[in-house]
Structures are given as structure tokens and as C-alpha cells.
Write a protein that binds this ligand. Structure first.
Ligand SMILES: [Mg+2]
Length: 291
């Protein structure tokens, strides 16, 4: 294998089933942003040119992110500044998915939002309340806003019957300085204390992947998802029938990889290696579909 490509056989752990899709049929790529294209909003080496190559090969691309600190327009603007060929229409975020979920399941509800960053522009049709009781507590991404007072206010609202919707349940993300604690760590405690289960709207929710496929107009078997979170990005996508590719950048840790609940279809050192993987597998005839 070349270009840092590790094939599925090498990536597979003992006793786990292979789920290798036919790469000949891959027409669309779902790309996680943080830890895959960027770390701390700086481009990882070779990733922008790799995306240019995918575009040049005619692949449809959607960026699917649990990022909760920036709007789709702000993310697109930053990525364009870094040289990525994307615009806001290519970006699907957990906040936008959450707004769609709230409009469908809790129309008109009074929502208490706890989030680090301003994504109100992507929460169209959602009624946010600053004071008083809420019908739904909405958790975004963790940050300094997740202090004792704010978390206790959320806990009190849950005790009096508010529903709990979380944009994701990621435990941490990777920064230039190491891993930072994320919403999932607080969510577990809130769920236990209030004896309720959150409804999750971003990755790894199957509805999030389904909306991304619908956005691109492809079936799951024609799509590949590449991410640095083995559970939320890769294995969750594979459960939806999408080919999963794990990258060894961002939050990747060998111990998390070993302890994961399943096996990625492919593992790459970097997103920069994806065009080579696609070319290689297409040349090989796509391998043997096993599902
Ligand atoms: Mg990531």
C-alpha cells in the first residue's frame, strides 16, 4: 500500500466483521471538518489540494460537522480563506440539523440553549428563551459557558419536565494544545442526575447521515464518510450503510481505535491520502462488497 494507506484487512481487529463497500460506486464523500481538514482552524498539510482533487474527479462533497461554535456561513468563509473549494451550501452542521429537528418535533417550544459560540443564525424557526421556564433544553458545544450555575439551571429545568436535546454527545475534541472536554462529558452527568435520555441530533444520529445523503442525492452505498472520531463519524456512518474511513489526525488515539465498538472500512494517515485510496480501490475494481 502507498501514501499511508492502510487497507481494511490491516485495520480490522480480531473477531470483527468486514464491511467493505464497492469503491467503484463511490460518488459522494462526507467529510468531517475538525481534526480532518483543520485543527484549531488551521489547515492540515495537503488537505485543501486533496479536496481539489476530489472535486476534479467529479465527486460530490458535503462537509458534515458537529461544530457548534460557528454558523455555516462563517465556517465556509474560514475554509475558503484556507484554500478549500467550499461554500456555505456544502456545509451541514449539527446546529442546522437541530433546528430542523426542533421545528419538526417541538414546534413553537420555548428552548433554553446552552452553547459555546453564536449559531443563532442557523437556528431559524427556534424560539430561544433567556429567562423563565423552558419546554426544551438544547445543549450545543461545551466551553466556558458550561459552568456550575448554567449546568444547574439546566438540571432544574430537566427536573421540572423539560425535554433534553443535544447537538451531539462528543466527549472531547482535539486542539493544538491537546484534547478539550466536550458536551458529552457533561451530558452523561445530566442524564444520570435527571434520569432522562437526551435526543441527539448531530453525528452519530442516523437522521443526520440520512439528511446528508439526501442533500447530495446519493444512496448510502455510493457514499464514503471520513472522520477522526471512530464512533461518531466512522462506525455510525457504517451502521447507515456508508463506507467508513478513519484518519489518524485530530482526536485520533490508538487506544480509542483499539477499544472501539467496531472496525473502520479503511484507515488513513490523513485526508490528504483519500484521493490515492479512491484511485487505488477503483483500479483494483473496488474490492468485494460484503454487505
Ligand atoms: Mg472531527
Amino acid at each position: 500500500m502507498t501514501c499511508g494507506v492502510v487497507d481494511a484487512g490491516e485495520a480490522r481487529g480480531p473477531g470483527t466483521a468486514a464491511t467493505v463497500g464497492s469503491m467503484e460506486r463511490i460518488r459522494a464523500v462526507l467529510v468531517d471538518i475538525d481534526g480532518v481538514l483543520t485543527v484549531s482552524w488551521k489547515a492540515l498539510p495537503g488537505t485543501a489540494s486533496a479536496m481539489e482533487q476530489l472535486r476534479g474527479a467529479g465527486l460530490r462533497i458535503a462537509l458534515v460537522t458537529n461544530n457548534t461554535s460557528r454558523t455555516r456561513a462563517a465556517i465556509a468563509s474560514r475554509l475558503a480563506d484556507l484554500g478549500f473549494p467550499v461554500d456555505a451550501g456544502d456545509i451541514l452542521t449539527a446546529p442546522a440539523a437541530t433546528a430542523a429537528y426542533l421545528r419538526e418535533h417541538f414546534p413553537g417550544a420555548r428552548c433554553l440553549l446552552l452553547n459555546s459560540g453564536d449559531v443563532r443564525d442557523d437556528l431559524t424557526g427556534v424560539t430561544l428563551v433567556e429567562e423563565g421556564d423552558a419546554d426544551v433544553v438544547v445543549l450545543g458545544g461545551a466551553g466556558a459557558e458550561f459552568g456550575y450555575e448554567a449546568l444547574n439551571r439546566v438540571f432544574r429545568q430537566l427536573q421540572r419536565g423539560a425535554r433534553l436535546v443535544s447537538m451531539h454527545r462528543n466527549l472531547y475534541w482535539g486542539t493544538e494544545d491537546g484534547l478539550d472536554l466536550d458536551t458529552g462529558a457533561f451530558l452523561e452527568g445530566l442524564e444520570k442526575a435527571a434520569r432522562i435520555q437526551a435526543e441527539v441530533t448531530g453525528k452519530p444520529d442516523p437522521a443526520f447521515f440520512a439528511s446528508a445523503l439526501a442533500h447530495l442525492g446519493v444512496d448510502a452505498s455510493e457514499a464514503l464518510m471520513i472522520g477522526d472520531d471512530i464512533e461518531s463519524d466512522v462506525l455510525a456512518a457504517q451502521r447507515s450503510g456508508i463506507t467508513g474511513v478513519l484518519v489518524r489526525t485530530g482526536k485520533y488515539l490508538p487506544e480509542t481505535h483499539r477499544a472501539a465498538s467496531g472496525t473502520p472500512d479503511h484507515v488513513l494517515d490523513s485526508f490528504a491520502d483519500l484521493p490515492a485510496l479512491l484511485a487505488l480501490l477503483t483500479a483494483e475494481g473496488g474490492g468485494t462488497p460484503q454487505r
